[in-house]
Design a protein around this ligand. Structure first.
Ligand SMILES: [Zn+2]
Length: 330
């Protein structure tokens, strides 16, 4: 295992040992659950990231009509990119490390002093920074759609395999002479990642191999992987006062039923409507005439709206207040 900046991973079922390397040093070695790492990544709110990225993209505009770029401009863009990665790193170490590794790799180029060279590098940096946004939507889409199918095979055949090209990537691996799980001498396989998309798509593939289900928790609106094949309806996330969705949801569900409230129906409709808008926007790939709603904007709204639904059901939020949130995206 060389000390390249990025993440080394050794996998066994849903378990993995991961070594995170930065500045040629091991900064963390930990055990992770593939399913938790994957679902957890989709929980981060990246709507702010998206805004900062748009500013960076503006910075890459040429100075004049003939496409001149200044060194200062290039430095500003690369600094902003590294800063953005560091910002991500504060909450989400994995993604921050991967983004930084990617940007640093792109900055390690031979500068021939031409504007073309600066332009290409800036454009590659922007492309790399944009990748997590697209990847998160695609992974969310597949995981969410798993709940619509009874069997793993039906899901694979209908939703995943037709778009299999997305998963065909290089996943560089090497053989090391000890086991990352036990530290005992053994020839074992480790994978290396210095790119956000490769890492999370790899986790997705390893997750799919396990043939487990994914459900959407009707209480908090987030995805979760049921621990067993028993009928689990709600997730184990802590929702409030140390209590989980599983503990609180039945009581909320009773309230919901008693109320027979048209506003809750409106909420469900808004969820579906907005998700459809995301699908249209993300699939349109920048073509005009499609109303903008990115996955991350939607996800930020959904998290807020489901929190407000809970407050509303508990009588802590007014009808008008809840209605405003429901229709916030139009
Ligand atoms: Zn939940």
């Amino acid at each position: 295992m060389t000390n390249k900046n990025g993440i080394y991973l050794s996998v066994d079922g849903d378990d993995a040992v991961r070594v995170i390397i930065e500045n040629s040093m091991r900064i963390q070695t930990d055990r992770i659950k593939i399913s938790e790492e994957l679902i957890g990544e989709l929980e981060y709110d990246m709507s702010n990231y998206e805004i900062v990225l748009e500013h960076i993209i503006d910075e890459t505009e040429p100075l004049d009509d003939i496409g001149a770029y200044s060194e200062e401009q290039f430095t500003a863009v690369s600094d902003a990119a590294l800063e953005l990665a560091d910002g991500v790193r504060e909450n989400d170490l994995t993604s921050g490390v991967l983004l930084r590794a990617t940007v640093n790799r792109l900055l390690d180029f031979e500068d021939d002093g031409t504007a073309m060279c600066l332009m290409m590098t800036m454009s590659n940096i922007v492309k790399a920074l944009r990748e997590p946004l697209d990847t998160r939507y695609i992974l969310y889409k597949y995981l969410k759609s798993r709940s619509e199918f009874d069997t793993h095979d039906m899901w694979l055949e209908t939703n995943v395999l037709p778009e299999g090209f997305f998963f065909r990537r290089d996943y560089p691996c090497e053989i090391i002479n000890y086991d990352l799980f036990t530290n005992e001498p053994k020839l074992s396989q480790v994978f290396f990642f210095d790119n956000y998309t490769d890492y999370f798509v790899f986790l997705f593939l390893k997750f799919a191999e396990q043939q487990r289900r994914v459900l959407e928790c009707p209480c908090c609106g987030k995805l979760f992987v049921p621990k067993s094949n028993r009928a689990e309806m709600y997730c184990d996330r802590i929702l409030i006062d140390g209590k989980t969705c599983k503990q609180i949801a039945p009581k909320l569900a009773r309230k919901l039923k008693q109320r027979n409230d048209p506003l809750l129906e409106e909420y469900e409709k808004a969820k579906n409507r907005n998700y459809k808008r995301v699908e249209r926007y993300e699939n349109a790939d920048g073509s005009s005439g499609v109303m903008r709603l990115t996955f991350n904007e939607y996800k930020a709204w959904l998290d807020k709206a489901s929190e407000m639904k809970r407050l509303y059901l508990q009588g802590k939020l007014s009808k008008d207040g809840f209605k405003n949130i429901i229709n916030e995206l139009g």
